[in-house]
Each structure stands twice: as structure tokens, then as C-alpha cells.
Design a protein around this ligand. Structure first.
Ligand code: SF4
Length: 380
């Protein structure tokens, strides 16, 4: 009689040539071996959710059983039915391209969920690299007209949010709010506190229920003033350049910390705080769905694009094309079919993480890593 060991469906399974991980997403119990006993054949079945028990992997299987990560099944000739563990897509870009020779825009257009439009910024308080981490326009004197961009966005049926980042004329903001309301899209105005026209914008907040404000504050901001403006749909992001900045924002409710690093000075104190220990990664409480998504796409950036005030479309600061050369649906459609599309850049594509079985539990690749400001969540 042969024996199979089946892993529970809520267990996240990851094996590389070196390591193996079985992780219960409900209890965080796990077996993580840095020297995997699984052979190539074992890895194939493990990917599907089971392994055939043999002398070589008996120790591993017994550890998994003791940690309540699965159960044994006896079988004679035909192995029991199991449900595939991969993410299922309604359609696939590859299949579509193979069948048609190209991707149709109708499908590609469904993928764009959020767009940030970089507007004007007449202050020169931070370096260009720092503004990039905030997804805020670098200092420029342009007044961008956003009506052309909004028009192009109307082909994206699943668009959820448009983030207007930077300074904007109130008449333009009003037009954008009317457009987003009509099209059932959320509008977020991200703005530095010192450029925030609070009297007018708070009035708009009362008129448009799809409107939110994201205030960027730093250690020179009058926090008493900020607190007096807090209400529903107003969020505060605190720019943290050094760890001592964190103390400055104590007392602001639900503040989101935004680490901003620099190539020009030592970021060691912040980087030390950003590093995750193995135990912390293994306590990450990710759902099975989130683990599977992280295996296919980068959830930090998937479905998101930025358009700057010169009309360039980019993702994580990497320029893709200009809306002055071709229209946005065409740009998105050509880009997502390319191998280097950053939406699909996961830890398994990163050399340093390729052999690590914690890939999907670890935070997705961030702008800091893309900019070379830090190596990875486990190494400075
Ligand atoms: S950063 Fe990479 S190598 Fe480090 S724990 Fe995460 S996946 Fe593993």
C-alpha cells in the first residue's frame, strides 16, 4: 500500500531547488526547511498539494503531520482527486496572444485599477528621488491640463481611483471631481500640507462623496493645525527621513508613515527598522489568496500607473511611453505583454530571493528596492 501526504488547502506551499515551506495561513504553524529533501518529482506533486511518502522525505512529512499541516491517504493504484492549487484566470494574455497574434485592448483595459497623475509643485523641499518615493511631482513650474488624460482614462472600465498628486488649480480639481463622479471613480488629492487650500477643498469634500484628501506632512508641519482639519476622507501620510521623525507625529490618529530615503545621506537608522527577521516574515498573517497572488504579480504596483506632467507613463519611476506619442489604452496593451512588465515582477524573479521559500510571505518588491536604496526586506 502506498501512502500520500496531502496538505490542507489553506496551507501555502512553496518549494525552490534549495528550500521548502509549508505554512498554515490560518494558524501560522509551519515547517520551513532551508535544505529541502524534495526531489524534482516530489516538487512537481508538492506544487499540486501532495507528496508521495518515501524514506527520503519521511522526516519532513512527519514534521508536517505533527504541525497539523495535512493528512495521510493510503492508495493502491489510482490516486485520489485533488483540486489544483494555482490561481485561475478567466483568460490569459499569453493564450490570447497565441490565438490572435496580439492582445485585444478590451481585456488589457480591465487591468488598470489606479492612476496617479503628477501635477505641479513649485516647492523645492526634497530631491527628485525623494519625490519619486512619495509619488509626488518633482519641482516644476508647469500647469498641466488634465482633461486629455481624463478623456483617455474613460476606456478603462475597472478603474477605481485617480490620484491627483501635487498642486492643482481649483477649477481643474472641480472638473476632475465632476468627471470622476460621473464615471463612478474615486478621486484622491495628494498634496503637501503647505500647498493645501483647506478652506476650498474641505467644501468640496462635503459636495463630492467620491473625494478624499491625502495630506503629506513632515517634521516642519504645524501638527495642531493638521489635527483640526482631520475628518472623514482626510488621511495623513507622515514623511519619515530619520527615525527621530517618527516621534514628531505621535498623537496624529491613523497616521501612515512614509519612509523617504536618500542616495545622498546615510539611511541606516530607518533601514534597520525596515528589516524583517525570518520569524516576523513567518508571522505575516497573509491569507492563502494573498500568497497566491504574490506568486504571480507584484501587489504593490499591479494595476497601477503614473502619468507625469510631461505626459510620460511610468511604473515605479520607470518610464514606459508618452501619451503624446500614442494613446493610453495602446500603451498599456503593448506594455503588459512584455517580459519586463513590472506588474509581474515578483520575488521569484529577483536573483537574491529566487531560492528562498519565503518569497510569497515577504513584502512585495518595493520602490526602495527598485531604486537601489535598499537590498531587500531581509538585508540592508
Ligand atoms: S527578501 Fe528575499 S531572500 Fe529575504 S526573506 Fe524575503 S524572499 Fe527571502
Amino acid at each position: 500500500m502506498n501512502k500520500l501526504f496531502y496538505f490542507y488547502p489553506h496551507c501555502h506551499l512553496k518549494s525552490t531547488e534549495k528550500e521548502v515551506l509549508v505554512y498554515d495561513t490560518l494558524t501560522q504553524k509551519h515547517v520551513y526547511l532551508k535544505e529541502s529533501p524534495l526531489s524534482k518529482v516530489d516538487r512537481e506533486s508538492f506544487r499540486l498539494g501532495f507528496v508521495r511518502v518515501s524514506k527520503t522525505i519521511e522526516g519532513f512529512v512527519n514534521q508536517c503531520f505533527a504541525s497539523e499541516l495535512g493528512y495521510f491517504v493510503d492508495f493502491d493504484r489510482i490516486s485520489p482527486f485533488f483540486y489544483g492549487r494555482d490561481l485561475e484566470f478567466v483568460t490569459s494574455l499569453n493564450k490570447e496572444r497565441n490565438a490572435l497574434g496580439h492582445n485585444s485592448q478590451s481585456y488589457a483595459n480591465l487591468l488598470l485599477r489606479e492612476v496617479t497623475i503628477l501635477l505641479n509643485n513649485d516647492k523645492d523641499d526634497y530631491s527628485d528621488d525623494m519625490y519619486l518615493q512619495m509619488e509626488y511631482p518633482k519641482c516644476n513650474a508647469k500647469t498641466i491640463k488634465i482633461d486629455n488624460i481624463l478623456q483617455q482614462l474613460s476606456s478603462f472600465q475597472y478603474l477605481e481611483n485617480i490620484i491627483l498628486s501635487g498642486e492643482i488649480e481649483i477649477s481643474e480639481l472641480l472638473d476632475a471631481l465632476m468627471y470622476t463622479k460621473e464615471n463612478n471613480v474615486g478621486a484622491i488629492h495628494r498634496v503637501m500640507f503647505k500647498s493645501f487650500d483647506y478652506a476650498t477643498e474641505l467644501e468640496l469634500l462635503d459636495k463630492f462623496d467620491n473625494f478624499s484628501i491625502e495630506l503629506l506632512v513632515d517634521n516642519s508641519t504645524d501638527l495642531a493645525r493638521v489635527k483640526s482639519l482631520l475628518r472623514e476622507h482626510v488621511f495623513v501620510k507622515a514623511i519619515v527621513k530619520t527615525i527621530s521623525d517618527v516621534n514628531y507625529f505621535v498623537g496624529i490618529e491613523n497616521v501612515i508613515y512614509l519612509p523617504v530615503l536618500s542616495h545622498n545621506h546615510d539611511n541606516l537608522d530607518i533601514l534597520t527598522q525596515m528589516i524583517l527577521l525570518e520569524d516576523e516574515i513567518l508571522q505575516s498573517s497573509k491569507s492563502i489568496k494573498d500568497c497566491r497572488i504574490a506568486d504571480y504579480v507584484n501587489p504593490n504596483i499591479f494595476g497601477h500607473l503614473t502619468i507625469d506632467n510631461e505626459g510620460y507613463v511610468s511604473a515605479f519611476g520607470e518610464r514606459i511611453s508618452s501619451i503624446h506619442d500614442s494613446d493610453l489604452p495602446f500603451i498599456v496593451n503593448s506594455w503588459i505583454g512584455q517580459d519586463n512588465c513590472i506588474w509581474y515582477k515578483t520575488r521569484k524573479n529577483k536573483y537574491l530571493c529566487k531560492q528562498c521559500a519565503l518569497q510569497c510571505l515577504c513584502p512585495p518588491i518595493s520602490i526602495y528596492e527598485e531604486m537601489g536604496l535598499y537590498t531587500s526586506p531581509c538585508t540592508i
